[in-house]
Design a protein around this ligand. Structure first.
Ligand SMILES: CC(=O)SCCNC(=O)CCNC(=O)[C@H](O)C(C)(C)COP(=O)(O)OP(=O)(O)OC[C@H]1O[C@@H](n2cnc3c(N)ncnc32)[C@H](O)[C@@H]1OP(=O)(O)O
Ligand SMILES: CC(C)C(=O)C(=O)O
Length: 553
């Protein structure tokens, strides 16, 4: 038996209450985004990306709109180093983009990192050392003071090498494993680093607070961030950055509450790739802002293309339910959802297309490059009449009468249930046509003539059981006259209770579709459709199918 009590190790709350973030309702502005896909994301892959793959990824990040990109850990491997040199030497870094490189606070690694970024138009050099209790005791076996000295020596060396190089460098420091560090101590270390760097409005520094491992509920992280943000030296010249991981599955919440608590910048990855359970998912975060009416300043309008690139280069898989980008995240299979979405879409067009309030869809799928046709209303045995009608209207322009929808809905869902499979739009159309169009197992109407005497008089030629019979009848319209002829001939009621007709296509070759429902002698409703260039023929075909159905069920 495992013992859950071994995990009761707690976390560190700030020494004073820091809960102002609770009073904020919104994130009203995009943070500075920094993609760490090519570093933290890459270092967690089974097979790290090659140089060419990284270049493709880098270019895509630029296209999405990232202005800060951590391109790697140049001292780690030749590929990481080469990426850095290639971007610089081939002038591949746009003027408004800053590359970032990561280094441990160890002199030879810092020196190698500066060699890698030589000649960069602008670069952030990011130095880290772990400050957590666990790492102090177990990994470094050093006192708080000694660990602080690692940070101080690292910060000094960055400053010295940057000055010697004369290049355009910005500095970033991370107290790695911040969430396992006493906040007062993390503050002391960060302030020591800030005091060395002496940031100014023109040369701010970045203090990055990583949830290297998520260790608490997100509100605890927010209080830790607020404490740091309120107490860092020279705060106006310090960019407070967050680097949440996702061990508890709440990396997005950490980032969001952390922003409410004062953070200015977020480091994360596309689709949450990264160590273990991943870094915070920037797509999710940015789209959450978008879905609240805030410009995220990143462009995810072609999500399928981005997802394809991500999966190909990282060999990771995006889950079907991954927010905003999974294959199924806009799909509604269940009847009541489909009905509400379908009505919501009509309401929006009628009332106010400028506002998005469609039930069950947090955003318009088209905003991220998805389509209604294949992504939203999907048909299986959970579906209802509203969804089936939506598919036929959306794909084929068929506006199914309200009275007919239930009969059609059950017919379609039964097929899906029996076959245990989803039905594509063309399969729904096939079921619809097979059930209602030219359904003539009992009789056929081969000819119809009308005369306008005392209302409408008709002669209907009926073929049944190998016999041809001409039946005469009258009515107050053509459809009425034909239904009276059928009723007379078969000795059964053929009362038209539903009749609707509309054109299917625009232009001279447009055909009409007629929908007819009749009440049979058992009191039930039976339906048929007719499609023809001639609207009268379409309605006669429809009543013919409906009557046949009433005589076969
Ligand atoms: C949370 C994060 O994601 S942090 C980033 C992690 N990413 C990576 O580590 C990927 C790239 N890293 C590497 O390729 C290698 O670790 C290198 C090239 C940087 C260094 O390689 P090596 O020196 O061979 O190994 P390693 O990283 O294990 O070094 C461990 C030593 O560095 C020390 N150390 C580790 N991190 C730091 C740090 N941030 N600052 C100062 N010292 C550090 C350890 O205490 C240990 O010291 P010891 O030799 O006295 O025991
Ligand atoms: C180096 C730091 C920022 C890091 O990657 C982490 O703590 O996860």
């Amino acid at each position: 038996m495992f013992d859950y009590r071994q995990y009761k190790r707690g976390y560190f709350m700030p020494p004073v209450e820091c809960n102002d973030w609770v009073k904020k309702e919104y994130i009203d502005k995009a943070p500075v985004w920094c993609s760490v896909d090519l570093r933290d994301g890459n270092q967690a892959l089974v097979e790290p990306m090659s140089l060419d793959e990284k270049l493709e990824f880098f270019n895509k990040l630029i296209k999405v709109g990232f202005k800060e990109i951590e391109i790697g850990f140049p001292a780690a491997s030749e590929t990481e180093y080469e990426l850095c040199r290639t971007l610089i030497e081939k002038n591949m870094i746009p003027d408004d983009v800053t590359i970032q490189v990561l280094t441990q606070a160890r002199p030879h690694i810092i020196k190698k990192t500066f060699e890698a970024v030589k000649g960069a138009p602008r670069a952030i050099v990011h130095v880290y050392n772990s400050t957590s209790l666990a790492q102090r005791e177990q990994v470094f076996r050093k006192s708080k003071e000694e660990i602080k000295q690692i940070a101080i020596e690292g910060a000094k060396l960055l400053k010295e090498l940057a000055e010697a190089d004369g290049g355009n460098f910005l500095f970033e420091y991370s107290p790695e494993s911040f969430t396992g560090t006493e906040p007062e101590y993390a503050l002391e270390v960060c302030n020591a680093v800030i005091d060395i760097w002496q940031p100014t409005p023109d040369k701010k520094c970045i203090i990055n607070l990583p949830a290297t491992v998520e260790m608490s509920l997100p509100h605890v992280f927010a209080s830790q961030v607020e404490y740091m943000s309120k107490n860092l030296h020279n705060r106006e010249n310090v960019v407070v950055s967050l680097h949440p991981h996702n061990d508890r599955g709440t990396g997005v919440a950490d980032a969001e509450l952390g922003m409410l608590a004062g953070a200015d910048r977020i480091e994360g990855t596309l689709f949450g790739n990264g160590e273990r359970t991943g870094n915070v998912d920037i797509v999710n975060l940015a789209m959450n802002m978008y879905a609240q009416g805030v410009d995220p300043e990143l462009d995810f309008s072609n999500m399928p293309e981005l997802a394809e690139m991500f999966e190909r280069l990282t060999q990771m898989k995006i889950d079907d339910r991954h927010p905003y980008c999974g294959k199924l995240v806009f799909a509604a299979f269940s009847g009541s959802h489909q009905d509400a979405i379908s009505k919501g879409m009509h309401y929006r067009i009628e009332q106010d297309p400028s506002k998005w309030t469609v039930p069950y869809l947090p955003i318009n799928p088209e905003d991220v490059g998805r389509t209604y046709d294949s992504d939203v209303i999907r048909i299986n045995s959970q579906s209802g009449k509203g969804g089936v009608a939506y598919v036929l209207e959306h794909n084929y322009g068929m506006i199914i009468p309200k009275a007919m929808r239930e009969d059609l809905g059950y017919a379609v869902k039964d097929v899906s249930d029996v076959n245990h499979k989803e039905l594509a739009a063309d399969e729904v159309l096939e079921i619809f046509e097979r059930r209602y169009k030219k359904f003539t197992p009992v009789f056929k109407i081969s000819e119809v003539h009308f005369k306008q005497i005392d209302g409408i008089q008709t002669e209907v030629t009926i073929e049944a059981d190998g016999k041809t019979t001409v039946v005469e009848a009258g009515g107050n319209g053509r459809l009425d006259a034909v239904s009276n002829a059928l009723s007379k001939h078969f000795g059964k009621p053929c009362d038209v209770i539903c009749y609707e007709e509309h054109s299917l296509k625009q232009g001279s070759d447009s055909s009409a579709i007629a929908y007819v429902g009749i009440k049979g002698d058992d009191g039930k409703e039976y339906f048929g459709i007719g499609i023809d260039h001639d609207i009268i023929r379409a309605s006669i075909d429809a009543v013919e199918s409906a009557m046949n159905r009433s005589m076969t069920e």
